[in-house]
Ligand binder design. Structure first.
Ligand SMILES: Cc1cc2nc3c(=O)[nH]c(=O)nc-3n(C[C@H](O)[C@H](O)[C@H](O)COP(=O)(O)O)c2cc1C
Length: 415
């Protein structure tokens, strides 16, 4: 019976354990978690979502404080178009986060950064160009383009000296999205180095509808994309993601020709994951009927989360002066619209409740949006219940090795 360790992910001559720990935004996939995956010979992701906040937390910088001070005059205004990211400061924060992670890297694996296009930051092209270039300057091994079609993203770094040596990948949820990406980027004469195929059971934002995600199936999408690649004679590693819960699940994809698997949910209950320990216990305890896919993210994409997430229904004042990562090119965010509607409907109310959207920046910053994969309800079977009713946190090494070596659908409990 085969295990994941019988396979290798190949980038040219380089061989890796075919396990990719997916990016989990706003420092849920911390540098520490990514570094463990790399040390163990796989690929770990950090994320550049809200990188200034992450830098402040990790390195005691003051990016958020400075920005809040600069735009203090705007706090009471519902028009957020004046709020801009200083590109120099954005580059600095990215270089801190990425650079210091890369300096700490040990072992034969790699570290990639997850770069979401939906973080439009009131100047989508300019800020994405800075984010990607700064990550390359800081020595990142690769960039995974996510949460968007990224039709122009590669072109933003085409002049960077590392454009042909760093790895670039794209996350897609359909053959069509991949075809459009390949067509738009053909003139760059540079194919992606890997394609992550994310199915409907993943955590975070989904590339499906909130009402029809359960009509799709990862294995079918992977097979469609594989057939297309063969027909086009394209040899690009394919990396399925979403609901791959055991080493045996992973092996079933590797045997069908996948180059690696991307996994995340099992790592949310590890010591190295950035969620507060109390929240990790919520993930452990969750039952299937306590998880939902909803539309509260202002990005317009459905998102899977625990129904008990404090972000749901919270009606805080938009915090764009401090954050503002979801402001579109004209300074709008769907949460601002929803919030203003509720304020207008409840004149004089001290606090309003906003059910249809959430202030995602603030919620993610405070770990109040408990986004998770479909199989979160199985996490309780991956650990031991302690005398006080809580579950024992795992180490990233334990979970990684369980994926790497387990067979017969088994999950190893901590020693
Ligand atoms: C808590 C959490 C946060 C996530 N955040 C992001 C993110 O910021 N960007 C992204 O591209 N994917 C994100 N994802 C998706 C993962 O990177 C990964 O592709 C997916 O969850 C794999 O499926 P699994 O969780 O069932 O293993 C997130 C997943 C989880 C569980």
């Amino acid at each position: 019976m085969k295990c994941v360790d019988d396979f290798r992910l190949r980038f040219g001559k380089r061989e890796l354990v075919p396990i990719v720990v997916g990016g989990m935004g706003v420092d849920i996939s911390t540098a520490t978690l990514a570094l463990e995956a790399a040390r163990l010979g796989g690929i770990g992701h950090i994320s550049d979502a809200m990188v200034q906040t992450v830098s402040d937390r990790r390195f005691k910088t003051h990016f958020v404080k400075e920005k809040t001070k600069l735009y203090k005059f705007n706090v009471a205004s519902s028009d957020k178009s004046a709020i801009q990211f200083d590109l120099g400061r954005l580059a600095e924060a990215t270089q801190n986060h990425v650079g210091r992670t890369m300096e700490a890297k040990r072992g034969n694996g790699m570290i990639f950064v997850n770069c979401m296009e939906k973080l439009t930051m009131n100047a989508p092209r300019e800020t994405l160009r800075v984010r990607m270039n700064a990550a390359l300057d800081a020595g990142i091994d690769g960039i995974t383009l996510s949460a968007g079609l990224h039709l122009g993203s590669l072109a933003l770094v085409a002049d960077h000296p590392r454009f042909r040596d760093a790895k670039f990948g794209i996350i897609v949820s359909s053959l069509r999205a991949l075809q459009i990406f390949l067509r738009k980027n053909a003139r760059l004469d540079r194919l992606p180095d890997y394609v992550v195929i994310e199915g409907p059971l993943a955590g975070g934002h989904l590339g499906f509808g909130a009402d029809d995600w359960d009509k799709y199936d990862l294995r079918t999408i992977v097979a469609e994309i594989r057939q297309y690649m063969q027909a086009e004679k394209l040899d690009i590693p394919l990396i399925p993601a979403g609901g791959i819960f055991t080493g045996s699940d992973a092996v079933s994809y590797l045997e069908e020709g996948a180059a690696a698997v991307q996994v995340a949910t099992r790592f949310t209950v590890t010591n190295e994951c950035g969620l507060p320990d109390k929240v990790k216990q919520e993930y452990f305890k969750a039952n299937e009927d306590e998880i939902e896919v909803n539309m509260i993210s202002p990005t317009g994409y459905p998102m899977r989360m625990l129904k008990s997430s404090p972000a749901i229904g919270d009606g805080i004042r938009p915090n764009c002066e401090a954050y503002g990562y979801l402001l579109d090119a004209s300074g709008n965010c769907a949460y601002i619209t929803a919030y203003n509607r509720e304020v207008a409907a409840h004149p004089g109310a001290k606090k309003v409740s906003v059910m249809d959207k959430t202030c995602l920046c603030t919620a993610m910053r405070n770990f109040d949006c408990w986004t998770c994969g479909h199989y979160t309800y199985r996490l309780k079977d991956t650990s031991r219940k302690l005398a006080d009713g809580s579950y024992e946190l795992l180490t990233a090494e334990h979970v990684f090795r369980d994926y790497q070596f387990s067979t017969e659908g088994k999950v190893a409990l901590p020693q």
